[in-house]
Design a protein around this ligand. Structure first.
Ligand code: FAD
Length: 351
């Protein structure tokens, strides 16, 4: 079964389509239809506004984090506070010579990072993979610091149901950015838990990442993916052990997000690396579905979600293709590996 989103956005067209009603859907729609002058210099969905590229940090041989600050010094609009709390969202970044734009997913504010007087982070950060021959990703990777970059948004990709209790997130490559947004949003939801399965082509993309399911649970904690999956420290592979020392930037940020939710051990991550011949298997998914169902009984609708995010091939492999209907990209039927599995009432959403 595919979870019907309340809001869908067609990233490359600039069209926002509201399919349902909800608190956030209503807010997003008003924001889209009622622009005012104050929005012209701060991020808004109607016009591209200039940002300054203030720093560029290489995270792996192919990806970097780009930190952008509004050039006019405008703070992030009120609407962003809501989208951070309740949704997966993106902005469009423009390549000015070709006049084309692509969608990118802001990383959540750094845990313990600088904030303004309203407790808001002032910068937007993006993890961008440089695609071979890709127009916009190559463009931003070539820009020197202090360059101007134009952004438009926010565009809500998916709204988290208010009663969501469990999220299993299948992320491929930069698909980790929306996973981090969800982890950030769930931090404000007591009792919500999340497990991320993150697949990368190379270890360099997730250097130092150690799967929680391979760790011995901390003393005094009776619950954790490590304990429920029955895996102990002996399962630590040599490949993994080799990378214990040096953590990549995204791995460190995932650790910080985990630390934020540590009291109740609400976030856990498993790493998979193609070049190490470690791939997400249906069994990795089935274990989590089984464990959760055993613990809590039958779930109310919308309370358990499997989110799938990454390159088109990754989404297609796990959940089938998204499809175009009347000029809009929609979920389409559930396909791929997940359609062959007993999902025990979990709903699937393709990002
Ligand atoms: C909602 C959303 C959020 C996203 N968030 C992120 C994010 O946070 N980080 C991130 O890195 N990406 C993200 N993406 C992907 C991003 O929007 C771009 O699609 C990606 O960066 C590639 O864009 P590009 O302009 O560089 O490449 P494009 O120019 O669109 O090319 C893409 C690929 O197709 C190939 N290609 C292009 N034209 C042809 C052709 N005629 N024949 C054969 N091959 C061709 C190119 O060589 C390249 O490999 C997101 C996408 C969406 C929809």
């Amino acid at each position: 079964m595919v979870w019907s989103p309340s809001i869908l956005f067609r990233p490359h067209s600039g069209v926002l389509v509201v399919l349902g009603t909800s608190a956030l859907g209503g807010a997003a729609y008003r924001f889209v239809t009622a622009p005012d002058d104050s929005e012209t210099s701060s991020l808004n969905p109607h016009t591209f506004v200039p940002y300054t590229l203030i720093s560029k940090q290489q995270t792996s041989p192919t990806s970097s984090i780009f930190t952008l600050r509004n050039r006019e010094g405008s703070s992030n609009p009120q609407a962003l506070k809501d989208v951070w709390k309740q949704s997966v969202w993106s902005v469009q970044l423009k390549q000015p010579q070709l006049q084309i734009a692509r969608a990118y997913t802001p990383l959540p504010p750094l845990v313990g990072g600088s904030e303004d007087e309203h407790g808001e982070a002032q910068e937007l950060r993006f993890l961008v993979r440089r695609e071979e021959g890709g127009e916009v990703s190559t463009y931003i990777h070539r820009l020197p610091e202090q360059s101007t970059v134009e952004l438009r948004g926010p565009n809500v990709e998916c709204e988290l149901p208010h009663d969501v209790k469990k999220v299993l997130f299948l992320a491929g490559g930069t698909g980790i950015a929306p996973a981090m947004q969800v982890a950030h949003a769930l931090n404000n939801r007591p009792g919500a838990r999340m497990h991320i399965l993150w697949a990368n082509r190379q270890r360099g993309d997730c250097a130092g990442g150690q799967s929680d399911s391979l760790q011995t649970p901390l003393p005094g904690r009776s619950w954790g993916w490590g304990s429920v999956l029955g895996l102990g420290k002996s399962g630590l592979s040599q490949d993994t052990a080799k990378h214990v020392e040096k953590q990549g930037i995204i791995v460190k940020e995932l650790e910080a997000l985990k630390h934020q939710s540590q009291t109740h051990k609400r976030l856990s991550v498993e790493y998979f690396v193609d070049e190490e011949k470690s791939f997400i298997q249906p069994a990795n998914i089935a274990r989590h579905l089984k464990v959760s169902t055993q613990k809590d009984g039958a779930p109310p609708k919308g309370s358990r979600l499997i989110l799938v995010s990454g390159p088109d091939g990754f989404i297609e492999h796990w959940a089938g293709r998204k499809i175009w209907v009347a000029g809009r990209e929609v979920q389409g039927p559930l396909g791929g590996v997940l359609s062959q599995m007993d999902l025990r009432g979990w709903q699937v959403y393709k990002l």
